[in-house]
Design a protein around this ligand. Sequence first.
Ligand SMILES: Nc1ncnc2c1ncn2[C@@H]1O[C@H](COP(=O)(O)OP(=O)(O)OP(=O)(O)O)[C@@H](O)[C@H]1O
Ligand SMILES: [Mg+2]
Length: 356
Amino acid sequence: MNWDDSTDTPAPERLVGASADREDQAVEAALRPKDLGEFIGQEKVREQLDLVLRAARARGATADHVLLSGAPGLGKTTLSMIIAAEMGAPIRITSGPAIQHAGDLAAILSSLQEGEVLFLDEIHRMSRPAEEMLYMAMEDFRVDVIVGKGPGATAIPLELPPFTLVGATTRAGLLPPPLRDRFGFTAHMEFYEPAELERVIHRSANLLDVEIDTDGAAEIAGRSRGTPRIANRLLRRVRDYAQVKADGIITREIAAAALQVYEVDARGLDRLDRGVLEALLKLFGGGPVGLSTLAVAVGEERETVEEVAEPFLVREGLLARTPRGRVATPAAWAHLGLTPPRSGAAGNGQQDLFGA
Ligand SMILES: Nc1ncnc2c1ncn2[C@@H]1O[C@H](COP(=O)(O)OP(=O)(O)OP(=O)(O)O)[C@@H](O)[C@H]1O
Ligand SMILES: [Mg+2]
């Protein structure tokens, strides 16, 4: 399972998964901030983007191409729409995987209006020939349309109106440098602070007409893994609980009780994450233990442990990937309320058995 394939596959059925599932797709449009002023957090990105857009507007010019990079659910699609709105320009939305042939891209590019924003989601998944066509379009606002086939084929140059390309990627590292270099501005989106997620939650609660107090929002924010999409999703589940089990008002107690039902713990770990940590601590004394051994112990595929559970555990400083295998940190012991074995001697005799 890979987390960058959100457009082809509805996300895994996981309450704390970062990709959009069907329900997210249905409700997200209503929750998207419409302009930069409404967009919460990402101070640096907002400030820089604000300058880029203001300057372009003052010059009466089309804004420079913008690359948005960051993990799923942090607001890339939202920002692309904000860019168009701030420029008073229409937006055309497509994605790398949707552009199979250079001809598909030529058709889109040649139908753009002057100043239009072209949002190219998952730009790292575009085909090679399309990518090369894009280089020229970005730099010279020109494409070569190939007419005919074989030796008789000719390239007809076609002028394009100036447009703004907004590319989004969860994997900036996968972009070829020539493509990356053609963006005038790159925004790196970071995970959100809990206080920012609280603001996201209050804003969404307001739009959804849900009553929530400060502590209730803080409780949900702390479990949202730094990701607005997850915060919004948890808010919807907690709202259900509050309606059925209480008077509809979300307090800290209600939020905590609801998320306990859904097995999302105080730090945003779900069943799978906790299973991995628990196995690492209880069965292997905190490691080091090899990935395959760990996966067998939790009854999951190797890939599931490595790609679905571990990234967040590593980011949270609960687990480390070392050359000798997976190792739990002191924070992991503390989080599960367990006592680490003295002097970390536990795995020492075993480390040769459990190579990474
Ligand atoms: N800064 C923010 N303030 C308020 N809400 C936000 C913010 N960023 C994202 N959201 C909300 O989070 C949800 C997901 O955002 P968005 O779809 O823009 O993420 P994305 O980065 O495009 O994700 P993906 O990589 O899966 O395409 C949206 O419903 C949006 O309302
Ligand atoms: Mg998106």
